[in-house]
Design a protein around this ligand. Structure first.
Ligand code: FPP
Length: 247
């Protein structure tokens, strides 16, 4: 997926979302419907990631954040957890080159402490290898939970107060986001959840306070570029008031 920096994208949607966050749900059901093990669905889901990343410039999406593994997903069977970890390692090995060539900057959010050393090294290497890219900012949430992120941020903030680096009277709405894993990212404009569930499952809790939501029935392995485009276009027609009244 090579990118020629001299050829600008021509099909960008006016007023489309700059940052889209996706809860990629439904891999397990997709596999079960086919009489296959759940991991088969996760592998099919991983293939959809590339298609959606590559579609971002066409719809004016600069930031894409995807929920790959939650702090709650450790409760799944050992076979599924190990299979997902192995899939993440394979994904990084297989996709590093094409992500780089397409101009994707990859970041990971979530608590790395519980992940294995080999995977952590691969994540760090991928972040470094793509650090100069600016075309699409892909953030992969891995061992991520919104409450866990806020708790970790609060711990760091409290430490700064205790050690005299931060005045508690100056803590306001702008302060906490600087301690979140997402501190370099804009807030999501549009959050999409596939598979018919209408809940946010601890994803980007602070950051999505004013996001628009789309809950769609499609199972993640069936999610395609055209549907992504329709959702981005529909977002362009929405009236975001951020709590204010239109004058
Ligand atoms: C939810 O479906 C999906 C996950 C917990 C894993 C998401 C992972 C991928 C799409 C794989 C690849 C990602 C990367 C970044 C390579 P589910 O298992 O909860 O589905 P169900 O609700 O139908 O059981």
């Amino acid at each position: 997926m090579k990118h020629d920096p001299k050829s600008p994208d021509t099909s960008v949607l006016p007023g489309g979302p700059r940052h889209v966050a996706i809860i990629m749900d439904g891999n397990g059901r997709w596999a079960t419907q086919r009489g296959r093990p759940r991991l088969f669905g996760h592998h099919a889901g991983a293939k959809r990631v590339r298609e959606v990343v590559e579609a971002c410039p066409d719809f004016g999406v600069e930031y894409l954040t995807i929920f790959a593994f939650s702090t709650e997903n450790w409760k799944r069977t050992q076979v599924e957890v190990a299979g997902l970890m192995s899939l993440f390692r394979r994904y990084i090995t297989k996709e590093t080159r094409s992500l780089s060539e397409f101009g994707v900057r990859v970041r990971f959010i979530g608590d790395r402490v519980r992940l294995d050393d080999k995977l952590i090294k691969m994540m760090n290497d991928l972040e470094q290898a793509t650090a100069h890219n600016t075309r699409v900012h892909l953030t992969i949430a891995l061992n991520y939970g919104g409450r866990d992120e806020v708790a970790r941020a609060t711990k760091r903030l409290a430490r700064d107060v205790a050690e005299g680096r931060l005045d508690p009277d100056k803590v306001d709405e702008e302060t906490l986001p600087r301690y979140l894993d997402t501190y370099v990212l804009p807030d999501p404009d549009l959050v999409i959840r596939t598979s018919g569930e209408a809940r946010i499952s601890n994803f980007l809790l602070w950051q999505s306070a004013y996001a628009e939501y789309e809950f769609i029935d499609t199972l993640w392995p069936d999610f395609r570029k055209d549907e992504f485009g329709r959702l981005c276009a529909a977002y362009g027609g929405r009236d975001r008031r951020f709590g204010a009244v239109k004058t």
